[in-house]
Design a protein around this ligand. Sequence first.
Ligand code: C2E
Ligand code: CA
Ligand code: CA
Length: 736
Amino acid sequence: MSVEIETELTRNAATAGADGVEDGAAIAPTWRILVVDDDPDVLEATEFALRHTTILGRSLEVVYARSEEEALAAMVRYADVAVAFIDVVMETPDAGLELVRKLRELGYDELRIVLRTGYPGYAPELSVITHYEIDDYRTKDELTRVRLISVLTAAIRAYDQLRTLSRSRQGLQMVIDSSTQLFKRTNMEVFSQGVLAQVGALMRTHSSGFVCVEGRKTTNQVIVSAMGDFAPLIGKEIDALPAEIRSLIAAARQQSEPLFRDGYMVLLFTSESGSKLCAVLQARAGREDADLDLLRVFCTNISIAFENLALTEEMNRLAFTDPIVGIPNASAFEAGLAREIASDGAGKRVAMITLSGFPSTIATYGAQMANRLLREVYGRISELMGAATVTLIGRGTFGVIAPRETLVPDLVTRTFATPYLIDEIEFMPTATTAIVELSDLPEDPVDALRMATTALVHVRQSRPNEVVICGPEMQREMERKQALQIALKQALNSKTGLEVYLQPIVELTSGRVVAAEALSRWRFGGELVSPEEFIPIAEAAGLTRALTGLVLEQIVAWRESGGDGFDAIPVAVNLSMADLNRPGFAAWTLQEIAELGLKPDDIRFEVTEGVAMEDAARAAEEIETLHSAGYRIAMDDFGTGYSSLRQFSLLPIDILKIDRSFVDTLEVHSARRSLAAIILTMTEALGVDCVAEGIETEEQREALLFLGCRLGQGYLFGHPTPIDQFNATFGRQVSI
Ligand code: C2E
Ligand code: CA
Ligand code: CA
C-alpha cells in the first residue's frame, strides 16, 4: 500500500511539473486537501478513508507531504488547497506547529488547518490552538472515517465561505482578525467580551448587548459579559433578563441561523461537549441589511474557537483536580505559584503542610476514610486561611499560598488543634509545616515547588511536627545540602573525589607511630568539603555504608602497596551513627572485610557516644557483633555529649579517645585538677586504653604524660595525610 502512496505522490509531483502552478482562482471541480504526515500508514489510512468521498457536491483531491518542506512546496504548487491535515510530530516534536506558523506567516489565511497528533489530551499542546488559527485538533485515533469526513466538511465549508467572500476584502480581513484574536483568548469571560466586540463591529453597532454561557453540566445560563444597558447584569443568571429577551434566546435555540427580531440580533453557538454560548446585541439593522454571509463565516469561526475554549476549560478542570480526593492538585499549586510570581507575589507566603504518618492512616482506616480526612483538612485550611490557594500536592501533603498576615504558624497549628470527626471516629492528625516567603522562591514555578518541597523535607528531618518559617539562610543551606547530596551520591558511585587521609596515633614517650586513623576527604569541584559537613549529609541520605566500604577498600590498597611493613599498623575506621542504627550493618561489614582480606589486627572501629544513645540496644548489638569477631572498638570524642559510665557496661569498649576539648586547655601545672585527669583515672580503673586527641603543643604532650596517658594524636605529631603519602611522611616514627 505504501507503494501506492509513493505513486500518488509521484503522480502529483509529475502533474505539477507538467502544468506548472495551477490557477487557484479557477473554480476547481474538486476540493484539494493536503495531508502532511511522516507516517506512511497514516497517509495510507487517510487515503483509504477519503476515497470516493464527495463533500458539498465535489470530490476530493488529496495531496500528500511527508515533511514540512514537502508541504510548503505543495502549497506553492497548488494555490487552491482548502484544508490541510497536519501531523504535529514529524521530523521534530513540533515540526507540525512550525509548519502552521509558517503557513500563516506566508499569508495562507484561507487555508483551513486540522492538527493531528498521536497522543490524546496532551494539555500543553492545546495552547497551540489558542496561538495559531487552527480549525480543529484531533488525535489520530479519534479520526474515524465518519469523524474525518465531518471534520473535513466543516473545514471545507469554512474555507468555501472564506473564498466566496474573498471579494469583500475588508469584511473578510475583519473576520479573520477577529477570529484569530478570539483564538487567543483562554478564558470564557475574556472570550465573550471579544465576541461581543467583534459582532458589534461587524454589525456596525456599538450599543447594548451581552453574552451568556450555559455550562455542560448545568442548565442555568450566566451572563459573562455585557455592555450598554445590560452591563449591570454581569454575573447574573438569565432569569434576571426581561421576559422578551428571554423569549428571543428561546427562539434562537430553535434555529441554526442568526435570529433578527425586535431590534435584536441573537447568535447561538453550541460546543461539541454541550456548552452553549449565546450573544445578544441590539441591532437597528434588520436581517436584510446584515452581511449574512460574513456573519455566517464569523459564526463558524467563533464556534470552533468556542469549542476549543470549552475543551481547554474542561481539560484544565481535569488537569488541576486530584481525581480521587476531588480537590486541587499539584498542577493547580504550580499554576497558583506561576500566577503569584507573575503578579509579583509581594506579601505572599507558601506553606507546605504534611500530615505525619499518613500512610499508616490509610493502612488502619482504608483509603476512603483517609481521603475524607484529607477533604476535611482541606476544608479547615481553606476556611482558616480565607482567600488562599489550597492544594493537595501529594498523599497527605498540602501546598498553600496565602497572604503573609494569614499564613502564620498559629493558624496552621489551629488547623490541627481540634480533632476531626469522621464517621464517629476521632482523628487527631499531627503535621509538619514549612513556611517560605514567596519572594524567596525561584521564579520558575517548577523550581519553586521543588524548593518548597526541599524546605519541607528539611523541616521534617530537623524539626518534625513543628511549624517552621524558613528564611533565606535556611534555604541557601538546604540548596547547598541538596547539591552536595546529589554530588556525594555520584562521587560514591563512581568512587571519585573521595580520598582517605591517615593521621598517625603515636606513643607519647617515643613518638613511635603505633596506629593511624582514617579520615575521609571529599574534593567537590574546587572545594575540599569537610567531613563535618558531608558526613551528616551522607547519614541523612543513607550513604554512609558506601563511604565505609570505600574507606576499607582504600586501606586495603594502601596495605598492598606498602613494602616495608610499616603499613602493618592498625587503622581506625570511623563508623557513623546511621551505620550502627541499621540492622545487619555489622554482618555486612564483616563480610566486606572478609572479602577484602582484612583481619582484626589490621583495623579497628571508632564509634561516638551519640551512637550508643540513639538506639542503645540496636547499636550495642551491632558493635557487639564486630567486637566478638575480634575487632577492637574505640569510643570516640569521649567527654562530649552524654558521656556516661553506663556506656561501658553496655558496650564492649577497648579504647577511649579523650576529646580534643579536654586536651586544649591542658597545662602541666594544673593538669592534676583537669577533667582529663578524671577521665584518665577512670580508664585506668576500667582497664581500657586511652588515646588523647588534638594534641597541638609540647606542653599538652607533657601534661598528658604526667597524667599517665600513653597514646596520643594531633597536629603536634602529624596532620591527616593523603594515604599514599603516609609512609613517606611518617616512616616509623615522628620526631618529638
Ligand atoms: P574525629 O573522628 O574526632 O576525627 C578527629 C578530627 O580532629 C579530624 O577532623 C582531624 O583532622 C582533627 N584533628 C586531628 N588532630 C587535630 C589537632 O591537633 N587539632 C585540631 N584542631 N584538630 C585535629 P576531620 O578530619 O575534619 O573529621 C571530622 C570528623 O568527621 C571526625 O571526627 C569523624 O567523626 C568524622 N569522619 C571523618 N572521616 C570519616 C569517615 O570516613 N566515616 C565517618 N563515619 N566519619 C568520619
Ligand atoms: Ca575518630
Ligand atoms: Ca574524635
